[in-house]
Design a protein. Structure first.
Length: 192
């Protein structure tokens, strides 16, 4: 048995390179131009999503669109709501892919609902309602980073309405917070 020149007695012959029809001299795939614009060879390209080149044999994933208006760009987010009623609590959420306009509308609605209904049980006051409001603030930043959908490329959008700080129901949250502060101050005054 003869040993191959590279020193491995168990190795077979070196594999032969198979030419890839989708590669050109530089080793990179040759894209087909989107929306029928002519390529360098003068051919008409295939239809594609804006900003994406189409490669033969590789379908492009669809661009995420808003679940409410089908506008793009959109991002997958989850907004939450909380309601505390003495010893009972309810939790709500809205999950889906949302554009900037519809996402802000959902954020404002669920955050306002939490601010006026979420404080009326002990666990809600100290744990669940503050967590819900902070969670919604963080998620709203992802939605606000998006550019609004182009006019004429989406359906009817959810009306965002006025900001949370301009909604009277949002200020109901001050009632339990002021009550807790009053109880703390009164307890400290009686202890001294």
């Amino acid at each position: 048995m003869t040993t191959p020149p590279h020193g491995n007695p168990y190795a077979g012959p070196a594999p032969q390179a198979v030419p890839n029809p989708y590669m050109h001299q530089g080793g990179y795939p040759q894209p087909t131009a989107p929306y029928g614009y002519p390529t360098q060879q003068g051919q008409q390209g295939q239809q594609a999503h804006p900003g994406y080149a189409v490669y033969p044999g590789h379908p492009q994933p669809p661009t995420p669109t808003c679940m409410f208006c089908a506008g793009a760009p959109a991002v997958h987010v989850t907004f939450r709501a909380h309601r505390g009623i003495l010893v009972l609590m309810t939790f709500g959420k809205q999950t889906g892919t949302m554009c900037a306009t519809c996402g802000v509308a959902v954020y404002r609605e669920l955050t306002t609902r939490t601010l006026w209904q979420g404080w009326w049980s002990p666990f809600s006051l100290f744990l669940f309602a503050p967590f819900t409001v902070l969670h919604n603030l963080v998620v709203a930043r992802k939605v606000r980073k998006l550019s609004p959908p182009a006019p004429g490329q989406h359906g009817p959008q959810v009306d965002p309405g006025v900001p949370v700080h301009r909604r009277p129901l949002a200020y109901v949250a001050f009632v339990p917070v002021l009550w807790v502060l009053f109880m703390i101050v009164t307890g400290l005054a009686q202890g001294s």
